[in-house]
Ligand binder design. Structure first.
Ligand code: ADX
Length: 200
């Protein structure tokens, strides 16, 4: 059903996104970090937020593990659960961009179609896909959380890269390989990228 048929009417805010952006002195965008578990998404998100905060910018992190402690605590890891998780985070990201934030999303978000579904809801240039491209071997050999070991021994089912697919982005806006770059250099790369995209 359309909203109108459900008697739902969206109410426009009189504080516009443009006025928020002017006050913040930066544009509001979504940086969507995708990649395997252990590819450094959360570490990069956190390092980046640290730098943005020091620069006086307004950002917010939507991290898969944290989101799954609350908003998505009812979801598992079947394809349909992941799609719903991604849809919800996309909606929250939209709200945060309306609030003027630089939104940093850190989700495995393994399927291209699901990432594209979110991208389509943003104006061109507002959804920036960052491929955290550390390969499976690198992620599995570090195995920071011990989850690959569990997945290989069958204790975890549908684990991305083990018995669940990951579709890498075909044309990411930026690629960061944590197995080749230090965290400091990764953060700098993203900051430079944001400048090139005229976020600030
Ligand atoms: S997504 O596919 O829906 O985007 P999300 O990023 O929220 O995944 O959650 C991934 C995190 O959940 C991983 O960092 C890991 O700690 C944990 N996890 C638990 N089970 C799985 C699984 N089967 N596949 C991937 N990650 C899992």
């Amino acid at each position: 059903l359309q909203n109108k048929e459900r008697n739902i009417f969206s109410y426009p805010s009189s504080v516009t996104r443009a006025s928020r952006e002017a006050r913040n002195k930066h544009r509001s965008v979504v940086l969507w970090l995708t990649g395997f578990s252990g590819a450094g998404k959360s570490t990069l998100a956190n390092g980046l937020e640290d730098s943005l905060f020091k620069l006086g910018y307004f950002s917010s992190i939507l991290d898969g593990d944290n989101i799954r402690c609350g908003l998505s605590s009812d979801l598992g890891f079947m394809e349909i659960d992941r799609r719903e998780n991604i849809r919800r985070v996309g909606e929250v990201a939209k709200l945060f961009t309306q609030a003027g934030a630089i939104v940093i999303v850190a989700l495995i978000s393994p399927m291209r179609a699901d990432r594209e579904m979110v991208r389509r809801q943003f104006p061109d240039g507002d959804f920036l896909e960052v491929y955290c491209s550390a390969n499976l071997e690198a992620c599995e050999s570090r195995d920071v959380k011990g989850l690959y070991k569990k997945a290989r021994s069958g204790l975890i089912k549908n684990f991305t890269g083990v018995d669940s697919a990951y579709e890498q982005p075909l044309a990411p806006d930026l690629e960061i390989d944590s197995s080749k770059l230090t965290i400091e250099d990764s953060v700098l790369e993203v900051l430079n990228f944001l400048e090139r995209r005229k976020v600030f």
